[in-house]
Ligand binder design. Structure first.
Ligand code: FAD
Length: 690
């Protein structure tokens, strides 16, 4: 109870501070904290958590709960944006919630003057995201059991739905579609349309923006809300902790959680808790100067992590120093980068997305996706805080005009720091409350990689095969560079003897917070997948994996080699691989020769080099050339696997497979497509695409 009182005092202090910010226009809403030490105590205390939605809404005085099912952070980000907009435009009391944190059996007890929003990403093969699995199974189940015995089970429930999907995948936006159907069937009332954003077409953000305006209109009508002049209210209070330095034991300088800060990281290692894994070995796979592909062996023997061939490993990157510097510089925070601050949610349902007390440097370097695409809506939010009237007008235009935004920002792949730098014209953005950045920038996300080793061969070592992201863009002197892959490249260079690696001029805090990653470590966790070899090793397999799509198939082939070496008979194993040139980017060329020695005729690699002949040849062409053989193997119940590029390759392979079946079995293409669908449904055809 003591802590609760402190909590209230501290909150009041921060609220006063926030008011002071608005009246005096102080720097980024950072306040001196008169209660610094009591704050520390209060900040560490956890309020009792309920899994009961109705109770939560009641006790927090909320009218609207926005659930997200998110894998890469975008759905979560959209949920926060809806919460903010509801509050600022309509005074709606909103809260954001992880689907995983609540039970759903009393969705029927939510009063009809409230609204529940679902922002749901579809993952992989039409699956729910990890945090939405339980909800999805419950709501789409045969007869979900609710607490009340209503004739129309969800007759009281008002809901709003938006889905995030990718039209290059077979089951486009199936999460939102199926949930929407289930809710309708249960008698719930949808407000507005069930929106769908399409990452495949690159229109996710615009789809979201176009969907939400009519939705708000319908919602305002339904709940009798009155629109007001939108006012920005910070969700987080930032309190300077003058008595602390980055060296103080309780200060997070990039540690992902308390255990890591205390120096006692323990499993389970997962999306909330990475394992700081030693890198056993790393080397370059390409034979060209300007393109890189890294093979990295990650040692998990010191952890309780396990994996199976075909699983994914997540790498937790840190941002490049140059972008961290740029961001802090344009905000006028560079001289304060190592100042210690505590961040506290100013409203009880909001969660601070990183541990504190911490420093601005650590927040930006380890926790914010500062290099990612900028959201148009976010620029509109920042406009009122622009350093000059002219810049304000320009920012409002960028935020309001889709085409203008596209031309000025999207095509150049500008990130937020670059936007503020370019459009700020040398001015610093000191008027923006730092809270706006915490709210408006996604959490730095781990990147997934298809594991390229075999767990049979090396159960405690995981390998990845990652191509380094780089794109030349019009109107930019420096090429765009991906966050995680360039970080991996720097790690590789360091491991191979460069004490201060700076791949393409980018530098990273490679030794990690408090040098805990020194001796060459990388934070990771493992995600289990359904992409698996057949349990019967005699079954033939056909693998299609151009470029880094070959990653899991290296694991598959090595697994079969190991089985053969153990005296087991293995079935026909065919790999279709493609790249530009046999002399440049032919991944694992030597290893295939080794595999051939062990597996003999049971292993074959079919290659397609797109830049060697006069005509471009891709794996798709090779499949067609092997039409009869592929059909024969499929008739022998061969497993068919595709990995790599989702946008073009995987789709075309799917189509070609239909043609192969039609041609060889003398059936119409429509019928063949049905067969392809059914072999997919039975898992005989599996995809691992991104
Ligand atoms: P990021 O910085 O995340 O950039 C990625 C892309 O986002 C860019 O190319 C660009 O198109 C866009 N983008 C980023 N910032 C901006 C901006 N400011 N403006 C506009 N556009 C922007 N990759 C492999 O190499 N090997 C694998 O085996 C592999 N397996 C995977 C398995 C799964 C299940 C998934 C989901 C992905 C896999 N990937 C794999 C891809 C990998 O996860 C990463 O996406 C990839 O390495 C790029 O990460 P990055 O941080 O370097 O690039």
């Amino acid at each position: 109870a003591d802590l609760d009182t402190l909590d209230i005092i501290v909150l009041a202090a921060i609220l006063l501070g926030t008011v002071a910010y608005f009246t005096k226009g102080k720097l980024w809403g950072v306040q001196k904290d008169p209660y610094a030490s009591s704050f520390a105590a209060a900040n560490g205390a956890k309020a009792g958590k309920t899994r009961n939605i109705v109770e939560k809404l009641e006790e927090s005085g909320k009218d609207c709960i926005i659930f997200y099912g998110s894998q890469t952070g975008t759905a979560e980000d959209y949920a926060s944006r809806l919460a903010k907009e509801g509050k600022s435009r309509f005074g709606l009391e909103t809260m954001v919630a992880d689907l995983e944190d609540f039970d759903y059996d009393n969705l029927d007890a939510i009063p009809s003057d409230k609204v529940v929003m679902f922002v749901l990403a579809t993952y992989g093969e039409g699956e729910p995201t990890d945090n939405a699995v339980d909800f999805y199974e419950f709501i789409t189940g045969d007869s979900p059991q609710f607490t009340l015995d209503n004739e129309v089970p969800l007759g009281n429930l008002n809901y709003v739905a938006f889905g995030l999907g990718n039209n290059t995948y077979e089951h486009y936006n199936s999460m939102v579609r199926n949930v929407n159907k289930a809710l309708e069937k249960l008698g719930a009332h949808r407000i507005g349309e069930a929106g769908e954003g399409d990452d495949g077409a690159g229109t996710m953000e615009e789809d979201f923006l176009a969907w939400k305006d009519p939705m708000w209109k319908a919602l305002a009508e339904k709940l009798n809300l009155e629109e007001r002049e939108a006012v920005y209210e910070p969700i987080f209070g930032i309190v300077e902790r003058d008595n602390l330095t980055p060296e103080s034991a309780e200060v997070y300088v990039g540690e992902p959680n308390r255990m890591h800060l205390d120096g006692t990281p323990k499993g389970p290692f997962n999306a909330h808790n990475p394992y700081i894994a030693p890198i056993a070995e790393s080397y370059e796979l390409f034979n060209v100067k300007d393109r890189n592909c890294i093979h990295m062996e990650i040692d998990i023997s010191g952890s309780n992590l396990t994996y199976q061939t075909g699983d994914h490993i997540a790498v937790w990157p840190t941002n490049p120093g140059e972008e961290v510097d740029r961001f802090l510089r344009v905000l006028g925070l560079d001289s304060k980068r190592n100042d210690v601050v505590s961040v506290k949610a100013l409203e009880p349902t909001a969660k601070v997305p990183f541990p504190t007390p911490t420093t601005f440097d650590a927040i930006v370097r380890y926790h914010m996706e500062i290099c990612a695409p900028v959201s148009r809506q976010f620029l509109a939010t920042l406009a009122p805080f622009a350093p000059t009237e002219d810049i304000k007008t320009e920012m409002a235009k960028l935020g309001g005009d889709k085409d203008y935004f596209h031309d000025k920002i999207n095509v150049h792949h500008l990130n937020i720091g670059r936007v503020l730098e370019i459009f700020g014209k040398g001015n610093k953005w000191t008027n923006v409350p730092f809270s706006a950045f915490i709210e408006g920038i996604t959490k730095l996300q781990p990147r997934y990689y298809s594991i390229s080793s075999s767990s049979l061969e090396q159960p405690k070592k995981v390998s990845i095969t990652a191509v380094v992201e780089e794109q030349q863009l019009p109107g930019r002197d420096d090429p765009f560079r991906g966050v995680a892959t360039n970080y991996l490249l720097a790690l590789k260079q360091k491991q191979n003897g460069d004490p201060n690696p700076s791949p393409y001029g980018l530098t990273y805090e490679i030794t990690g917070p408090r040098n805990k990653y020194d001796g060459i470590h990388v934070p990771v966790h493992v995600r289990h997948s359904n992409f698996k070899l057949p349990s019967d090793p005699l079954k033939p397999i056909i693998m299609v994996g151009p470029g880094t799509g070959v990653a899991p198939f290296r694991g598959f082939v090595r697994e079969r080699v190991k089985m053969a070496q153990n005296g087991q008979a293995v079935g026909k194993t065919i790999l279709f691989f493609g790249c530009r040139k046999s002399t440049e980017d032919f991944l694992y060329e030597k290893e295939w020769e080794e595999a051939k020695k062990v597996l003999g005729d049971n292993f074959e690699i079919v290659t397609a080099f797109s830049r060697e002949g006069s005509k471009k040849v891709y794996v798709q062409h090779r499949l067609k050339q092997r039409s009869k053989e592929i059909n024969d193997l499929l008739e022998q119940k061969a497993y068919f696997y595709v990995c790599g590029d989702a946008a073009n390759m995987a789709r075309e392979v799917n189509t070609i497979l239909g043609q192969i079946i039609a041609e060889n079995r003398g059936i119409p293409e429509a019928k063949a497509e049905e067969i392809v669908k059914s072999i997919r449904a039975s898992n005989q055809y599996q995809e691992d695409v991104w």
